[in-house]
Structure formats: structure tokens, C-alpha cells
Design a binder for this molecule. Structure first.
Ligand SMILES: [Zn+2]
Length: 489
């Protein structure tokens, strides 16, 4: 192959481009400042993110080649898209190689990539453009991004992630433009031998991680060591990455301690370090927040959002939300697997009314709200597993007959990572009486609705009966909401 010698160590031109744009594009500094402000709001003020699901971003790959080898195949391009869809969803198999102390930092970036199927003129496309060039190689001066300088023009960057694949000079593996730069040069540039996992992709950069790294920049991530040479003062503006001196290269051994960051040391397994493809596996939670903040602001027009399959919300009843476990850890696994509930000797009932999926036990009301994903239940062949394996922790699922649920001194605590809710004896008596009254009404409704549900299951309801059931259920929901507000939930 006529290409130059293959790079042996990662080098990225993103910061050189950043500094050039600061010098040459008057609006760039202000745009960067706005971008940082949004990132800070999310990281520090915990401002809500607009995109709660998975963003799917259309990609156009501009192949700019002088030699036949540089004119990489569609298969090589698809292999890169596949890598991105693993790395940005935390489904890369090598995530298992992350040192265990870093595992809790690892995050699903909730971003997927797909080759564009429609070009800017509205025509069908495979998301690939091919340009023959006379240039032997391109520097990080954006010349590959313009037909006038031997490259290929960008597609509108508010709708597409532009990716140029070409021969680069100076052992450069790639470079990216941070959010806030000119639209005509927005995107990432990758050396063809560091692109994808097949074809011309060559070790040690043949696992597609250069594009993962550069798209990280494109979504506002900085190098993890803070781009201050090898000092300890630079920052990547991310709170959950350790302070790190300089870039790590090759395949470091854990721990790699710099800047007094022991015992765990540098997060060299991060995509935003300079390690080989085989040694980088993860984004952190706060890096994901920063990328998502960018999708909210600088890149708000790109991509489409699909509901996250990993979001399952539980809405707690103000007085009784109880989970019975085996005495150990209660786990809910809803991402790709099967969510299982174990019935216990009192009856656990499921009622689906078309919109709200509701679970009701006999004592209080346990509600689950499905937010658009698919919630699956698997029926166990054993009718009542709990009868064979008595629970080690005896938590009554059902309030004693005639008794109101305990809302007094006996504490009920629901703890989640984000909030906790505790009942104490601090309610005034009148307030408690109102709650008790509301509770009784709710139970009346539940009994009637239960009769409707049984009749419906037996096929005994007319259309008018069904409508009446719906009406009663709507009333019930309204009453429940009032009750919930009264209870301060
Ligand atoms: Zn970089």
C-alpha cells in the first residue's frame, strides 16, 4: 500500500483545531462559552436533560481517496458504525475489562448512529460519498472538508454527523471540531487505517476507537488529562474523572498513578485518553451528562430520540410500597432481560387498562407506570414459588383486616439513589384523618373496579358496562392523585 508508515501512538488534532478556531473565527469563543455554560448547568446545578431516551444520529461518511486502498469498502464503514453503537451504548464486550474500582463510573451514553438514508436533497442514499483526490494526505487544516481543496463538502451539520475518512499526515489518527464551530467544517476526520475493524484498519488502532474518541470531542468532551501537557492543573471539566498528568499511550497496567491520584490512579481505560484501541472501554456518567448537555444545546437539531428501553419508573403509593426480597439484594433487571416478580401467598394482581399498567395488592396500591418502553412479564410454570421457598424477611403485604395502613410512628422508607421518602409521626391529627378517609374511598373504588375486572375477564361486560368501568377508573385515578398530593407524595 502506498500509505505512509502506520501510526504507532495515538495523536489527535482536536485541540490544535480548537486553538486555531479561537484565533480565526470571531464567534467561536462565545459559542464555546455558551456550550460550557450548558454543560455546567447540567453537571453542577443538575439541570434536567431534554433527551431522556436514546438519540439516533444520522451519519454521512465522506471517503476521500487517492489510492484504491484508501477508497475503503462499505463493509469497513459499517464495521465502524457497529463499534460506535456498542461503545456509545455500553454494550462493547470489553467493558468487562474495566478495573472493578472504575466500573461504577461506566455509563451508557444513550447515543446510536446510523448511516444516513436520505441525502440533503431528499434522495435515497447509503450515507457514503466517494471523492477522488490528488492530495497525498491531509493535515488538520480542514482541507479535506472542501471540494475546492481536494476534499468533500460537508452535508448540513444540523442534521448529519459528517465523518471524513482519508489519508492524514503527521501520524495523525484523527481530529474533531468541538460544538460551536463553523457548520462547513463541523464533524470528525479519521485516518482510514484507524477507521472500523476490517479492510485497511491496522493495529493498534483497528478496533474503531479513534472515531469513538473523536465523536466524544464532537459532543464536547475534552481529553481526560486536561490538555495541560503533563501538569496537574488542566481539567476536562468532568467531575468524575480523576485528575491526570498527561496522556497515557499503549496499554497501561492498573493502577497508573499521577497527580497524587492514588490508589486508583488515572482512568486510562477512558475513550478520551490516548491509549491503544484495545485498552479503552468507557465513558463516565459525567462525560455522558456533558455529551447529552451538548445534544440539548449546540446540537439540539440533530438526531431523533427513541424511548430508552432501560427506563422503568415506579410510582410509589403514598403509604404502602413494599417489596419483599429474599433477605439479600432486591434487583430489577429490565434492560434486555426479563423482569420477574415473585408472587407470594397473598394475591398479587395485574390489571391493564390500555394506558396505565397497574399492579394492585390487597393492602395498599402498588403502581407501576410504563413510560413507553416494553415491559415484559414472564409467567413461571410454578404457580406459587413463595410457598416452596419462604421469604427470609417477613414483611406483610396486606394490612390486617379493618386496620388502616400504618402512617404513624412505624417508619416506611423508600430509598432510591435520587430521593428518599419517609413517614414519620409528624402529621397533624386532622391531616391524618383526611388521609384515612381518602384511603377508605380508594379501597371502595378498588373493590368495585375489581368486580368489573373479574366480570370483564369472564366476558360478562357489555360495552356500556365497560364504559362505566372506564369512567369509574378515571374517577379513581383522580381521587388517587388528590390523595397523593394530600399525603405530600
Ligand atoms: Zn482527542
Amino acid at each position: 500500500m502506498a500509505d505512509k508508515d502506520l501510526p504507532t501512538e495515538r495523536t489527535c488534532g482536536a485541540m490544535a483545531v480548537h486553538e486555531r478556531l479561537l484565533r480565526t473565527v470571531p464567534e467561536y469563543a462565545a459559542a464555546r462559552a455558551a456550550s460550557e455554560t450548558r454543560a455546567w448547568e447540567v453537571a453542577t446545578l443538575r439541570a434536567g436533560l431534554a433527551r431522556t431516551g436514546v438519540t439516533v444520529i444520522p451519519v454521512v461518511v465522506h471517503v476521500v481517496s487517492k489510492t484504491n486502498a484508501q477508497n475503503i469498502s462499505a463493509a469497513q464503514i459499517q464495521s465502524q458504525i457497529d463499534v460506535l453503537n456498542r461503545d456509545f451504548r455500553k454494550t462493547n464486550p470489553d467493558v468487562a475489562s474495566i478495573p472493578s474500582v472504575f466500573a461504577p463510573l461506566t455509563a451508557d451514553a444513550r447515543i446510536e448512529f446510523v448511516l444516513a438514508t436520505t441525502d440533503p436533497q431528499g434522495n435515497a442514499t447509503d450515507g457514503i460519498t466517494r471523492t477522488q483526490t490528488n492530495a497525498t494526505g491531509f493535515a488538520d487544516d480542514d482541507s479535506v472538508k472542501s471540494a475546492a481543496t481536494g476534499g468533500a463538502d460537508a452535508w448540513p451539520s444540523d442534521k448529519y454527523l459528517n465523518t471524513w475518512v482519508c489519508q492524514l499526515t503527521n501520524n495523525l489518527l484523527g481530529y474533531a471540531q468541538f460544538p460551536g464551530g463553523p457548520a462547513a467544517t463541523d464533524g470528525v476526520v479519521i485516518l482510514h487505517t484507524a477507521f472500523g475493524t476490517t479492510g485497511t484498519a491496522a493495529a493498534p488502532f483497528n478496533l474503531g476507537r479513534t472515531a469513538t474518541h473523536e465523536i466524544g470531542h464532537w459532543l464536547n468532551l475534552r481529553h481526560i488529562w486536561g490538555d495541560d501537557g503533563t501538569g496537574c492543573n488542566g481539567s476536562d471539566f468532568v467531575n468524575d474523572t480523576p485528575n491526570q498528568a498527561g496522556p497515557n499511550t499503549g496499554t497501561p497496567a492498573f493502577p497508573r498513578i499521577t497527580c497524587n491520584n492514588g490508589p486508583n490512579g488515572d482512568l486510562f481505560v477512558n475513550y478520551m485518553d490516548y491509549t491503544d484501541d484495545v485498552a479503552m472501554f468507557m465513558f463516565t456518567n459525567e462525560q455522558v451528562a456533558r455529551m447529552q448537555a451538548s445534544l440539548d444545546s449546540d446540537r439540539s437539531t440533530i438526531g431523533t430520540v427513541k424511548p430508552s428501553p432501560a427506563t422503568l419508573k415506579f410510582q410509589d403509593d403514598p403509604f404502602t410500597l413494599k417489596f419483599r426480597d429474599d433477605g439479600g439484594t432486591l434487583k430489577f433487571a429490565d434492560d434486555g432481560g426479563t423482569l420477574k416478580f415473585r408472587d407470594d401467598p397473598v394475591t398479587l394482581k395485574f390489571r391493564d387498562d390500555g394506558g396505565t399498567l397497574k399492579f394492585g395488592d390487597d393492602g395498599g396500591t402498588l403502581k407501576f407506570r410504563d413510560d413507553g418502553g416494553t415491559l415484559k412479564f414472564r409467567d413461571d410454570p410454578i404457580k406459587n414459588p413463595a410457598l416452596e421457598k419462604p421469604p427470609a424477611v417477613d414483611v406483610p403485604m396486606k394490612a390486617p383486616a379493618g386496620d388502616l395502613p400504618v402512617v404513624g410512628p412505624a417508619p416506611f422508607v423508600l430509598a432510591t439513589p435520587h430521593h428518599s421518602m419517609a413517614w414519620t409521626g409528624s402529621f397533624p391529627e386532622a391531616h391524618r384523618a383526611a388521609l384515612a378517609s381518602g384511603e377508605e374511598q380508594l379501597r371502595d373504588y378498588e373493590q368495585v373496579l375489581e368486580q368489573y375486572a373479574q366480570a370483564q375477564a369472564a366476558g360478562q361486560l357489555s360495552d356500556a358496562d365497560m364504559a362505566e368501568g372506564d369512567r369509574l377508573y378515571a374517577e379513581y385515578l383522580q381521587l388517587f392523585e388528590e390523595y397523593r398530593q394530600l399525603a405530600g407524595g
